[in-house]
Design a protein. Structure first.
Length: 407
């Protein structure tokens, strides 16, 4: 496992490179593992990982051996590949990465001198290969970034899902909601079924309707009222997952759906570590708005202290503007990611947007920040760790563990 992690982390040096040619060559070398099972393909700005886990859980409870591919992970790369509601074993993950690495070395020889297989491509190839080796009956696959040029857009999926669309990654996906939506819904296959989240932005819906018409696909809108009662924004995500599972399977067993809703957990998304500490990886303005709207479901009238770190490519000012008015105190810190803003910068942005009722403190270390926040919250208060999924991962990762992924 250590060798697999070193290989994958070493690929971060080469960053992100869009395009499907390398991925297609990889999968050809690996004998097209993605052709061996039907799939649901999930794209969107927020809620993808929750939707993937929930949809996979519903399929599993209908008797299908179901695989899932997610990103990013919190602590271990093995979290990205799941079969039958369980992360795959480290030994199997390492073997799949070794197989993908060998294929990547062959592909790299066919590329230009300044081109090579990326980390996400190698991970995706390893995941698709392992799901085939596990002989899954179905797979639910999360896109990394966008859709059109994402490495996952090689799937012959029967159902595609657009959770929502917000202004994120505009440098790569375009400056408007409509532009971003067009990139994401390119995953729709001719004759497929596109499931969209409730209350999708009108510009995104227009893009979805246009692509569905062009590709003679079916459009299905998820309805929140079809989902069981769940905390905060997760009810919306479950509604999307339920609609995707129904589009894939047909009529669902209500008892199986209810069991999936009750027992499916999503690490790092409204995760209750204990009665005082809640972790949520909201990492953009839309995610922060959803989190803020969900605060009454777990914070209520209790004192709320937030521990926050945000990456430099996010709209940190808008994220803080949304969250800070709900906070009694705030502790800014720095996730281990090299892309994380300094706590001092966050404190300056926080002062500009205003809204905090109490103290604003800077603590560079994540664990020290949480300890201080616990003291500020008191026995009856709530500590909310948010702003970056990498911050959540830093907190969950043992202090003596190696670095996490930054892509």
């Amino acid at each position: 496992m250590a060798d697999a992690e070193r290989y994958l982390l070493g690929l971060e040096l080469f960053g992100m490179r869009f395009g499907l040619d390398r991925m297609r060559r990889l999968l050809t070398t690996l004998e097209q593992p993605q052709e061996r099972y039907p799939a649901i393909h999930v794209v969107g700005t927020n809620g993808k990982s929750s939707t993937v886990r929930m949809a996979a859980a519903i399929l599993e409870r209908h008797g299908l051996r179901t695989g899932a591919y997610l990103s990013p992970h919190l602590v271990s790369f093995t979290e990205r590949v799941r079969v039958a509601d369980t992360d795959i074993e480290a030994e199997r993950f390492a073997a799949a990465v070794q197989q993908a690495a060998h294929a990547a070395s062959l592909v790299d020889r066919t590329l230009g001198h300044d081109d090579r297989v990326t980390q996400f491509e190698a991970l995706t190839a390893a995941a698709l290969t392992e799901l085939a080796a596990q002989e899954v009956d179905a797979a639910v696959i999360e896109a990394g970034l966008g859709g059109r040029w994402d490495a996952t857009n090689v799937l012959p999926s029967t159902v595609q899902v657009l959770t929502n669309v917000g202004l994120e990654h505009t440098r790569w996906l375009g400056p408007t909601i409509a532009d971003i939506a067009v990139e994401k819904v390119d995953v729709v296959r001719p004759g497929g079924t596109l499931v969209i989240g409730p209350d999708l932005h009108p510009d995104a819906r227009a893009a979805a309707e246009r692509v569905v018409a062009e590709r003679e696909a079916l459009l299905v809108e998820a309805r929140v009222e079809d989902a069981p009662e769940m905390p905060g924004y997760q009810r919306r995500n479950f509604a999307v997952a339920r609609a995707a599972a129904e589009a894939f399977l047909g009529e669902l067993d209500p008892d199986a759906v209810a069991d999936a809703a009750e027992h499916t957990t999503v690490p790092g998304r409204m995760q209750h570590v204990d009665e005082q500490l809640v972790l949520d990886g909201a990492h953009n303005a839309a995610g922060m708005e959803a989190l803020a709207a969900s605060l009454p479901s777990f914070a209520g009238e209790r004192r709320l202290v937030a521990v926050i770190s945000i990456l430099e490519d996010k709209d940190a000012a808008e994220m803080l503007r949304v969250l800070l008015p709900h906070c009694d105190d705030v502790v800014f810190c720095k996730a281990a990611s090299p892309r994380a803003l300094s706590p001092a910068t966050l404190a300056s942005l926080g002062a500009q947007v205003g809204g905090v009722r109490g103290t604003v403190t800077v603590e560079r270390d994540v664990n020290d920040a949480v300890a201080l926040a616990r003291d500020l919250a008191g026995r009856d208060g709530v500590v909310l760790v948010t702003g970056s999924i990498y911050l959540v991962g830093d907190l969950l990762r043992p202090r003596d563990a190696g670095p996490g992924a930054t892509l």
